[in-house]
Design a protein around this ligand. Sequence first.
Ligand SMILES: [Zn+2]
Length: 189
Amino acid sequence: MVLPIVHYNTPVLREKGAPVTAFDADLKQLGAAMIEAMHEARGIGLAAQQIGRALQLCVVDLRAAELDFTWQLDGAKPPLDLFMPMVLVNPQITVTPGTDDYIYEEGCLSFPEIRGDVIRPDAITVKFQDQHGVPHELTCDGLLSRCIQHEVDHLNGTLFIDRMEKRVRTKLDKAVKELALATKAAAGS
Ligand SMILES: [Zn+2]
């Protein structure tokens, strides 16, 4: 069964993820199940909170996206097919000094049909572990950087609506409230 993706305002979406300490078969299985759920939903990223687990774990796959971004993984530039889908465990982001902020319209699998402009820095470096516990360092920009920033926010209980400017957030207020009510009704049924 494909893991169901929880919608706003399910409480787990506001929980900070616990660090992953066991790089075992359960973790590999969870990573694979999250990748399956992300693909099923046609998303480019998914955080553990979105399948109901408050953990420092997310998955990313941008192979189907427009390749208008650059990346360097552990000092090399491997083809995306070699390292995606990616499982990022315990990721830590550092914004590249001097990089520009830019606006982009984001969506989120926990907010079906809701989209809005979010301002984020362009270039980042993310340090993370893979499913075997091996540390890696990825420097990237564009959509890959944005996707990772969005997912790592989830791991800390932060949602894209929190990052929106007030005028953007206000326009979505009705839809966000309706979603929260629908989620609550579904949980109670
Ligand atoms: Zn999201």
